[in-house]
Ligand binder design. Structure first.
Ligand code: 5GP
Length: 124
């Protein structure tokens, strides 16, 4: 599958410093910042600095160093945000996953009970 990256997406603009963000953590390969419209007490987005559209693009095509850097940022966010009692990591992907921003991002949600991930299929 080909992954076409749009360099004008909003997270690309954040990475270029064209749009401000509330940074939680940054390393060579990843940036973590607060979601502008939080859906839980803790709602942080972790994104790679490389141009990857989605989780499957990142998993297939990012280097080992980029993947390690990304997950090091996830670990640091979980540590610093104090989500010992649990959290949810979400990577919405393309149309079925209702992905709004076409730059791979992992939502880290927590700080309070989150309820079940999805309603049972019969209620959809
Ligand atoms: P998606 O639906 O693509 O998984 O999630 C995109 C997320 O990006 C949403 O939760 C939305 O609130 C967040 N978001 C969109 N634009 C901005 C922005 O300019 N700054 C920040 N910090 N978050 C944004």
């Amino acid at each position: 599958m080909a992954f076409d990256y749009d360099p004008e997406n909003i997270f690309a603009k954040i990475l270029r410093g064209e749009i401000p963000n509330s940074t939680v953590f940054e390393n060579e390969h990843a940036l973590a910042f607060r979601d502008i419209a939080p859906q839980a007490k803790v709602h942080v987005l972790v994104i790679p600095k490389g141009s990857y559209v989605s989780l499957d693009d990142f998993a297939a095509n990012a280097s080992a160093a980029e993947q390690a850097g990304f997950f090091a940022a996830v670990a640091e966010v979980c540590r610093s945000e104090g989500v010992e009692e649990g959290f949810r990591a979400i990577a919405n992907t393309r149309a079925h996953g209702v992905q709004d921003v076409p730059h791979f991002h992992m939502h880290i949600l927590g700080g309070e009970p989150l309820g079940r991930m999805l309603p049972p299929r019969s209620q959809n």
